[in-house]
Design a protein around this ligand. Structure first.
Ligand code: ZN
Length: 188
């Protein structure tokens, strides 16, 4: 059988992610379907010159972390079998250990950022860009101003370690960070 085309591989990953996230919603007030987030992350990567495996990993990056309570959780092995080692490896690099407390996970993201592979740096930077946009456009309704500022500041500390893999993504992160901080300052 011939190697599937790029569009076939992308759509297979998009459908896989849509099925895993079928019942998931974003935490923001508009409760968007979660798949909107992973599509946005993949779009940011594709539009800023990321390699194909990073775009595919962008679609799949939350499937392991967010299916832990499912009857049949997605495992690293599933992703290797379906999408290959390179894509599954990037997803693994972008997956937090959900057995750890939230504050520990956040501290580890800062500490591990600089040691990530180039593809994982791009993936995590695109993820943070999408999350910052969401904080500005549709923040979780119970988050007060201080919590939003704290989150954006933390994302900036993670991003500092992720820089250097893609100047275009680094610049987009910086623009997004400044824009979101300015909008938060205006609402204070
Ligand atoms: Zn994400």
């Amino acid at each position: 059988m011939p190697e599937p085309s790029l569009s076939a591989r992308l759509l297979r990953a998009a459908v896989f992610a849509a099925r895993v996230h079928a019942t998931h919603r974003r935490k923001g007030a508009s409760a968007e379907p979660y798949v909107n987030h992973v599509l946005e992350v993949a779009q940011i990567l594709a539009e800023h010159g990321a390699p194909e495996e990073a775009v595919l990993a962008g679609l799949l990056h939350d499937t392991v972390e967010d299916s832990g309570d499912d009857p049949e959780p997605v495992t690293h092995g599933h992703l290797v079998a379906e999408f290959g080692e390179a894509v599954a490896g990037l997803v693994a690099e972008a997956t937090d250990d959900t057995s750890l407390p939230k504050e520990t996970r956040k501290a580890l993201q800062v500490r591990h950022a600089a040691g990530r592979s180039a593809g994982a740096k791009m993936l995590k930077l695109a993820d943070k860009i999408s999350n910052l946009r969401a904080i500005a456009d549709s923040p979780p309704p119970h988050w007060d101003h201080g919590r939003k500022v704290e989150y954006v500041g933390w994302a900036g500390r993670v991003a500092a370690g992720l820089k250097g893999a893609s100047p275009a993504l680094d610049a987009l992160f910086d623009r997004t960070y400044r824009d979101v901080m300015a909008r938060l300052a205006a609402e204070a």
